[in-house]
Ligand binder design. Structure first.
Ligand code: ZN
Length: 305
């Protein structure tokens, strides 16, 4: 069964400016890295529906964000989060793309999916867009999945170098969702201490600046992967950020492409045991274009095994 790649040209319309690291070229780099891989089925991302968004974000919040989209130029939400003309559609394609990917998996049309979309989502809290993120796509995807009678528990694995504060905020009182995150500390956004455990459903695995493959793999092997296994999820979602790569300019973790293959492979093994192999992944961060291309390629290769 082929792995599906979800994409849409609208994701190139969100343009936070020429000096911003979250550039339109990121998705182009990812797609170029996947170009010659066999067995991938590319599908266009639909726009998320209002119903899908409102399972995570209040209507007033989303109305406020959409009202700030400029007809030209750039509008600032905070010091590093911006809107251009087209940003709203880009964010809607990203959330809608993950929901669509999940539907494909639950309909038995594919086992694995990767959404090559932007802007990223995991910093967006229910009522606060921040950290380059407008909508929290992985949270919207998890809530969408839980609407399906087949799905009682969703595990979200986040290996972006930054803590997914938004995802934690959405689910910290929701025992149907497990959120496991490895991230550098100290680093933006400052949350993600090991003692932030939600209702027992949040597992934060902080890494120190300079940590590399060994610390990353040991941490996941000892804590993260056993937690996902014990949770017995019906679906695993991945917040796939590639900014813990050694080439990335925003983090100081020293991962290599092979580490992204390894963690993905481990997650896929767990998925076979607990959820019939179903894994849907979505692009989060990753700001070195070369690393983004090679690391996301390693990730998708492992997804497709
Ligand atoms: Zn990040």
């Amino acid at each position: 069964m082929s792995t599906i790649i979800i994409q849409h040209d609208d994701c190139l319309r969100h343009d936070p400016g020429p000096k911003h690291p979250e550039s339109t070229r990121r998705v182009e780099a990812v797609l170029s890295g996947l170009e010659d891989l066999k067995g991938l089925q590319k599908l266009p991302a639909p726009l998320a529906t209002t119903q899908q968004i409102l399972r995570v974000h209040p209507a007033e919040f989303w109305a406020g964000i959409t009202s700030q989209e400029p007809s030209k130029g750039i509008s600032a939400i905070d010091a590093d989060t911006f809107l251009s003309n087209g940003s709203i559609d880009a964010a809607l394609r990203a959330s809608g793309g993950l929901c669509y990917a999940i539907d494909q998996l639950l309909a038995g049309k594919a086992l694995k999916a990767f959404c090559a979309v932007r802007p990223p989502g995991h910093h967006s809290e229910p009522e606060t867009a921040m950290g380059f993120c407008l909508l929290n796509h992985v949270a919207i995807g998890a809530r969408h999945a839980l609407e399906n009678p087949m799905i009682n528990r969703v595990a979200i694995v986040d290996f972006d170098v930054h803590h997914g504060n938004g995802t934690q905020a959405v689910f910290e009182h929701d025992p149907d969702v497990l959120f496991v995150s490895s991230h550098q500390m100290p680093l933006y956004p400052g949350t993600g201490q090991a003692d932030e455990t939600g209702c027992g459903n949040i597992l934060n695995l902080p890494l120190a600046p300079g940590d590399g493959s060994k610390a990353f793999r040991n941490t996941w092997r000892k804590y993260g992967l056993p937690a996902v296994h014990s949770f017995e999820p019906d679906l695993i979602l991945i917040s796939a950020g590639f900014d813990a790569h050694q080439r990335d300019p925003l983090g100081q973790i020293e991962l290599q492409d092979a580490d992204y293959h390894w963690i993905t492979d481990q997650i896929c093994d767990l998925a076979i045991d607990s959820c019939q192999g179903r894994v849907a992944s979505i692009l989060e961060g990753g700001y070195d274009l070369q690393a983004l291309a090679t690391a996301s390629r390693a990730h998708v290769q492992a997804l497709s095994c």
